[in-house]
Design a protein around this ligand. Structure first.
Ligand SMILES: [Zn+2]
Length: 353
């Protein structure tokens, strides 16, 4: 399943420019992928919101670049190939993206009939799946020889969005790509991929970026009190930036626990439901950590109210939240759901007497 995080956290990615990377913490992973990537199919895996798509695109840029000094260097940003990729019109490059991600990531809507034509009625929501039509287009791309003779690259993101039919259609080419064809797949949920897809790829693990690098980047993007939002999002700088751009300031986050303790569901009703539920789960997670004598992870300690008297109520709230999270993408009535989750939280956070 494609979560709110994977769909929202990655903006239109930029390319390397004269050795400088758009997301500085990707320098290590990019170097690692360029020097250790032996397979013609790489699978980048790790948490969402830390630049998976960006890294995949940087790899494609490096493989296609005609101006770099050596094979462990990022793309130069100046050659014809880099320019074509920046314009999203490189003849030797194809992306497999869900329809819902094409525009946000800077690729035009796909012109396709049949299963892939998601806007047939003009009203249908763009698909969150990568469908067979997209794979078929890619297969014809795989047949022709490279236009510029350097490499051909197919980027699949997020790979878990491949539906079963599409994934099966991809298998043979993934195993034995013709000529100069290389694949880079990226996934925040590799356990959801078909084992047959996973087994044909060399995995490369991505980690959360170092805190200092993430903070410096967020601050450079104009995020105030970047540390608060970085903690709130579990150390994922792209997600933190997205929150900030969508109006969630550090202050909003710091006030959240006390507002929930007062039963103010309105604190969350403007948020996308999956994000609201995840935030309540982070709150209960932190309250439980404190109950066990550990430091909170997502909120500063002084933003959290005093420990509740009855921990069983916290456990119960955590279970309710976990259940709600499973259906977060399709709540029957988001407003009512939030009111009931917050009411239960208020109960669970009732202070000790
Ligand atoms: Zn170049």
């Amino acid at each position: 399943m494609v979560t709110e995080t994977t769909l929202g956290a990655e903006g239109a990615a930029a390319l390397a420019e004269g050795g400088r990377l758009p997301l500085p913490w990707l320098a290590g992973p990019l170097h690692q992928a360029l020097t250790q990537g032996r397979s013609h199919a790489l699978l980048l895996q790790g948490p969402a919101g830390v630049g998976q798509f960006d890294l995949a695109l940087l790899l494609a840029q490096a493989w296609l670049c005609e101006g770099r000094a050596s094979s462990d260097q990022p793309g130069c940003g100046r050659c014809a190939s880099c320019h074509l990729l920046r314009a999203r019109s490189h003849p030797d490059f194809q992306v497999l993206l869900p329809e819902a991600l094409r525009e946000p990531l800077g690729f035009g809507a796909m012109e396709a009939e049949g299963e892939g034509a998601s806007t047939k009625a003009g009203k249908a929501k763009p698909s969150r799946e990568i469908k067979i039509d997209a794979v078929r287009q890619m297969l014809s791309f795989a047949q022709v020889s490279a236009a510029r003779g350097k490499a051909k690259v197919v980027l699949v993101y997020p790979a878990e969005a491949l539906n079963t039919v599409a994934a099966n259609a991809l298998l043979k080419t993934l195993e034995e790509p013709a000529g100069l064809l290389r694949f880079v797949l990226a996934s925040a949920a590799p356990q959801q991929l078909l084992p047959t897809i996973r087994s044909r790829c060399q995995p490369l693990q991505m980690a959360l970026p170092a805190r200092e690098a993430a903070l410096a980047w967020l601050t450079a993007q104009g995020v105030d009190q970047a540390g608060v939002l970085l903690d709130a999002t579990g150390g994922r700088p792209q997600e933190a930036l997205l929150w900030s751009e969508e109006g969630i300031a550090a202050k909003t986050w710091l006030e959240l626990p006390r507002r929930v303790a007062r039963g103010e569901a309105v604190a969350l009703t403007d948020w996308p439901v999956p994000r609201a539920i995840a935030s309540l789960q982070r709150l209960v997670h932190d309250l439980m950590r404190i109950a066990h004598g550990a430091a909170p992870a997502y909120f500063p300690r002084d933003a959290l109210p005093k420990l509740p008297a009855v921990r069983a109520a916290l456990d119960q709230w955590a279970r309710t939240l976990q259940q709600a999270a499973r259906h977060a993408d399709h709540p029957l009535n988001a407003g009512l759901l939030m009111e009931s989750l917050v009411a239960q939280g208020q109960q669970a956070m009732r202070p000790a007497r």
